[in-house]
Unconditional design. Structure first.
Length: 219
């Protein structure tokens, strides 16, 4: 029988798996398999493949793999703002917006920028603002994951497309399955349009500000 998991627990597990590995991830990835199975069978399969890697790989080696993927592969830098805006003023605005939200929620991002995937996911696990959470998931996280998994379209981005990787390299990408599985699950996350405004109102992917942080425009 499938077990229902809260969205908060989903975000906690995703954060643990996408943070730099500091301890054994076996239990976390095993729980993640059960957690996502109620959302997507394909995602559960991808996490099972990652579970095999974790079970057969030492922590030191897993740390090397993580660094090779997220630090050295430009297409997979784990910074959401980087994928949305590149190294631009808009990303700086986005980082400041996130810092304000984290501070209000009591979240401390130690030794990481606010737009790191794991930090953003930890915030989603604790925030009570459903509108803001939906905005971050649909306009920031999914957009970044589309680019990291090669699903992004060229329109609408400030910089050139992410560095292309040939199919054989993608197949060898140990963490690519985790990113794709998370993308599949988050696609079913409920969209909350309350507080969203019309075109030009400053969505996450437009100018770095968060729609939920501002009053709707009038006129």
């Amino acid at each position: 029988m499938a077990v229902e998991y809260s969205e908060r627990r989903l975000f906690q597990l995703f954060a643990e798996l996408l943070d730099y590995p500091k301890s054994d991830l076996t239990d976390a990835v095993r729980e993640c398999v059960a957690c996502v199975a109620v959302h997507s069978a394909e995602a559960a399969t991808l996490f099972r493949e990652f579970e095999v890697l974790v079970s057969e790989t030492s922590l030191g080696r897993l740390q090397e793999i993580y660094s090779g993927v997220f630090d050295l592969d430009a297409a997979c830098h784990p910074y959401v703002g980087y994928h949305l805006f590149g190294e631009s003023y808009k990303r700086s605005v986005f980082l400041l917006e996130l810092k304000k939200r984290y501070r209000a929620a009591g979240l401390v991002a130690e030794n990481e920028l606010p737009d790191h995937l794991a930090v953003l996911l930890r915030f989603l696990a604790i925030t009570d603002d459903a509108t803001l959470a939906s905005e971050i998931v649909h306009e920031a996280l999914l957009a970044a994951l589309d680019r990291m998994t090669g699903k992004a379209k060229s329109a609408g981005y400030d910089e050139q497309e992410s560095v292309e990787t040939d199919d054989s390299q993608k197949q060898r990408h140990p963490y690519r399955g985790v990113l794709e599985a998370m993308r599949l699950v988050l696609q079913s996350f409920p969209a909350n349009n309350q507080g969203a405004t019309t075109e030009g109102a400053g969505s996450v992917t437009e100018d770095g500000e968060l729609v939920a942080s501002r009053s709707p425009r009038v006129g």
